[in-house]
Design a protein. Structure first.
Lengths: 356, 265
């Protein structure tokens, strides 16, 4: 098919359809609403995609879990406060081991915040947002074409890991229009892995700790740890096959820039002066890759749309301090990147002159 | 086949307290399931949190033990993806009408073909007997020492905001009537809500003056009366079934006769 102009949020919907999604539930919220609207339009002419505009994000999140158990590949899309409301259900999906996909088009928070402005402040929420321990798998594309590609991969990874996978986007990327050729993006689709409800079994899909026969295991640490370790091992093993990242720009520079999502695009003019590491798989953190690459550089700068969320993770993994360029309040622009680098004394002279 | 084949009797005794009303609901549900030919290939159970939520674990079906209050979104999605299935929700009154209240409001509005059995014991039993959204005004509980302040939620009124919905009131004492209500609810081609008054002797009944579960059952026997035939509205302590206009069957359910709804109580 010919090239076409496509928006990031619409690319997510097309990626989901390509991956075999047959159930969407969501609640309108900027800047993710185009996914919901595109799903409703698509479902109107493709009844195999079931569509629910639910009463809230809590219902949406629980509905996609029910749909997945019933046999449908399912997904939702939300943002900021909506993603916060979904955290309980995300924990539930982890506990059950249900494959499904949550799309979070980030805006500036907390609370209602700046609904139409881009942010990257949900990095830690995608990892730790629900209560208890669980192993998150999260991807974050940087282009409209990647929104399509990584939505398919998110569905694939959800099936293989039997867990809810989060696809991060942001207000900038979600509303970005780019020319793409979707047919040039070929990702094999992983088929359903979970046997649907009413297949002749008597299984109990329980959020409560239970033994395999359904009896409560609510005070048995050994059983809890056995189930937890089994789920964790599966997710870590599967996510190894999804260790997507980009390492490039000027690898001989003495400073490594870490940027992801739309921030990596914004920072593109830095290319001659810095090396770049872009994690696409945000969680589990790309520990091995970071530990291999980081020692080659005197300095590391994390440019991100939050006050150091990913930077704190990098510091923990590398046991060393990193520089931070936080892009806050939706000010995600090259100008803001320049200002941030200037503040820490790392703005190259050529870029400083270009700004004048 | 016997109704006992619907229950995992090997897991007995259950965790429910002696004198609890939930087992009486499970028995009648199992009997109806046997009558209607519901089995593990055509039926799914969805249960909430609280003592009632344990029922799914004791029955011979695939069962989804949801988060607190979230039975209805899960059940509705299952019914959407698999319209041929019978989706039976079993949930307590607190789960269904308080924390899950918004979902109840909208499930009633959207009218999916699911059956809700609400174990209404007028208390938060599992957590120790706190006042709930269905606790009668004045009832002293561990969280309302001076008596419950607010009127109970009007379940019949809520359900009847959709003219196609099905509402039945019954109690665990009135076993025959409860069985008819459950049967007709499962056969109903849209949203069906069975409001089952039952006793929580350990965490409510004894504190409000009942020496044993038997006295609570006797109280239901004396206090509750069948509504006159043709009633379209049930008064307080009246038993009956109020059916809306029969909705168009959304799909032929396996093992149960759909589309039999009439406009009569």
């Amino acid at each position: 098919m010919a090239k076409r102009l496509l928006q990031g949020n619409e690319a997510v919907l097309l990626g989901a359809v390509k991956a075999g999604a047959t159930y969407f539930a969501g609640y309108p919220i900027s800047p993710s609403s185009e996914v919901l609207m595109a799903a409703s339009v698509y479902a109107a002419s493709h009844p195999e995609l079931r569509f629910l505009q639910a009463e809230d994000e809590i219902a949406s999140a629980n509905a996609i879990i029910g749909a997945s158990l019933a046999g449908a590949k399912s997904f939702t899309a939300t943002s900021g406060p909506g993603f916060s409301l979904m955290q309980e259900a995300i924990g539930y999906a982890h506990k059950l081991g249900v494959p499904t996909v949550f799309v979070d088009v980030q805006r500036v928070g907390p609370a209602t915040g700046m609904p139409t402005m881009p942010g990257q402040g949900d990095i830690l929420q995608t990892r730790y947002g629900s209560s208890g321990d669980y192993t998150s798998i999260v991807f974050y594309p940087s282009t409209v074409a990647e929104c399509y590609e990584y939505t398919i991969r998110a569905f694939n990874c959800a099936e293989e890991s039997r867990s809810p996978v989060v696809l991060l986007s942001d207000a900038f990327l979600g509303h970005l229009n780019e020319v793409v050729d979707l047919d040039a993006i070929r990702v094999p689709v992983v088929e359903r892995t979970l046997e649907p409800l009413a297949s002749g079994h008597t299984r109990l899909f329980s959020g409560v700790a239970t033994y395999p026969d359904g009896e409560p295991a609510t005070a048995d640490a050994d059983e809890f740890i056995r189930q937890y370790e089994e789920a964790k091992a599966r997710r870590l093993e599967v996510s190894e096959r999804y260790a997507f990242h980009e390492y490039g720009w000027n690898k001989d520079a003495d400073t490594l820039v870490i940027a992801f999502g739309i921030t990596r695009r914004i920072a593109q003019p830095l290319a001659p002066h810095f090396a770049l590491f872009r994690p696409i798989r945000i969680w589990p953190v790309l520990q091995d890759e970071l530990r291999e690459i980081a020692p080659r550089y005197r300095r590391i700068v994390v440019i991100e749309g939050s006050d150091g969320q990913y930077a704190s993770v990098v510091e923990r993994v590398l046991y060393r301090d990193v520089y931070r360029v936080p892009l806050l309040g939706g000010r995600m622009s090259l100008e803001a990147v320049r200002e941030g680098l200037d503040r820490i004394g790392l703005l190259p002279a050529e870029l400083a002159e270009a700004a004048v | 086949m016997s109704y006992k084949d619907k229950v995992k009797t090997d897991l007995f005794p259950t965790i429910w307290c002696p004198g609890c009303g939930i087992g009486l609901i499970m028995t009648q549900l199992a009997m109806v399931m046997d009558d209607l030919g519901l089995d593990r290939t055509n039926t799914v159970m969805v249960t909430g949190i609280g003592c009632t939520g344990r029922m799914g674990a004791y029955m011979q079906f695939d069962s989804v033990y949801t988060l607190h209050g979230r039975t209805l979104p899960v059940a509705e999605a299952i019914a959407t993806v698999r319209p041929e299935l019978n989706v039976i929700v079993v949930s307590g009154d607190g789960d269904m009408t308080s924390i899950g209240g918004n979902h109840l409001l909208h499930a009633i509005r959207r009218n999916p073909r699911i059956t809700v059995l609400c174990n209404n014991n007028e208390i938060y039993g599992l957590t120790g007997g706190q006042t709930g959204p269905t606790t009668p005004v004045g009832t002293k509980t561990v969280s309302s020492p001076a008596g419950a302040t607010f009127s109970p939620v009007n379940l019949q009124g809520l359900v009847n905001t959709n003219g196609n919905a099905f509402y039945a009131k019954t109690t665990v004492y009135h076993q025959g009537q409860m069985r008819r209500a459950i049967k007709e609810a499962i056969e109903w081609p849209g949203f069906a809500f069975v409001d089952i008054t039952s006793q929580c002797i350990e965490n409510n009944g004894r504190r409000i003056g009942f020496p044993s579960a038997n006295e609570m059952l006797n109280y239901y026997r004396k206090e509750y009366r069948q509504a006159p035939p043709g009633s379209t509205q049930l008064a307080n302590h009246q038993l009956g079934i109020v059916k809306g206009r029969a909705a168009e069957p959304k799909a032929e359910p396996a093992g149960a006769g759909a589309g039999k709804g009439s406009g009569e109580a």
